[in-house]
Write a protein that binds this ligand. Sequence first.
Ligand SMILES: Cc1ncc(C[n+]2csc(CCOP(=O)(O)OP(=O)(O)O)c2C)c(N)n1
Ligand SMILES: [Mg+2]
Length: 306
Amino acid sequence: MTELLDRLAAPSRLDDADLSLMLTIRAFELKLLDLYGRGLLHGTTHTCLGQEYVPVALRTLLDPGDHVFSNHRGHGHYLARFGDAEGLLAEIMGREGAVCGGVGGSQHIRRDRYLSTGVQGESLPVATGVALHLKRSEPGQVACVHVGDGTFGEGAVYEALNIAALWELPLLVVVENNGIAQSTPASRHLAGSIAGRAAAFGIDHRLIGTADVAEIRRVLAPLVARTRLGVPLVVEFATERLGPHSKGDDTRPADQIRRIHENGWYARYARRYPDHLDRLDAEARAYVDAVAADVTARPPSRWTPS
Ligand SMILES: Cc1ncc(C[n+]2csc(CCOP(=O)(O)OP(=O)(O)O)c2C)c(N)n1
Ligand SMILES: [Mg+2]
């Protein structure tokens, strides 16, 4: 029975580019926790361990003309968009080559049509305004905004959903529902459901309960195409946060974390395609090790206000 369930839940084989990216994001996040642990990195950071597949699945559904609004847990979003581990690590460490001169840090990054914020709920109204601009000036483009389940407790989210529905804006709301906000489980912070809240505004909602990248793209491709025409959409990923909220602040019991690890995309993929995973994982880790060695040896970044 266990075997059958496992087979049913087994992922499709990923192509090298997608798997490499997922593993690079994972290795990057593990490296950050390691650097913190060794006192080489300061400030705060929130890793997307366990959730790496979300931006990787979305990346082929978005194009460079689309805007991406990220949140505090945004390293994977950035890496899926730009693949620039060096610029990101330099930004987080405040070293030369930092993508925002080292003043944005882990949570506040702006590059081209990408913007992240650590202020919960701030991004949805901004993304909605950008979606209005896109509708008027660049029809066919979308504004994609990542938020967590806890952030659905912010009132600004509802002002944005209201206007997006009313004005038929090309807004793609990606809710990464990992069932927890810092240390508060969704059962204690979320009344009703994300689906019910989207429905209250007449906005379509789609629940994604798999980490299978090919399957996610198959389901979402036609829906994102419709969003480009001005039909806002809430996509809710039922996902799991594998790491701590930030660093060293996980209040969940050890057996829950172990279950999350065993059911996560990485362990599932390792069970099904061990050779593929081992080969690309070794490459991703070696790449991130090299990036970290390089960036750590750089002088501090400089920023001059323009
Ligand atoms: C306006 C605001 N309130 C509180 C915080 C502190 N804070 C940072 S992350 C977080 C929890 C967010 O939970 P969720 O939206 O579920 O995202 P997750 O961390 O699970 O990815 C909180 C309360 C903040 N950054 N901004
Ligand atoms: Mg959450």
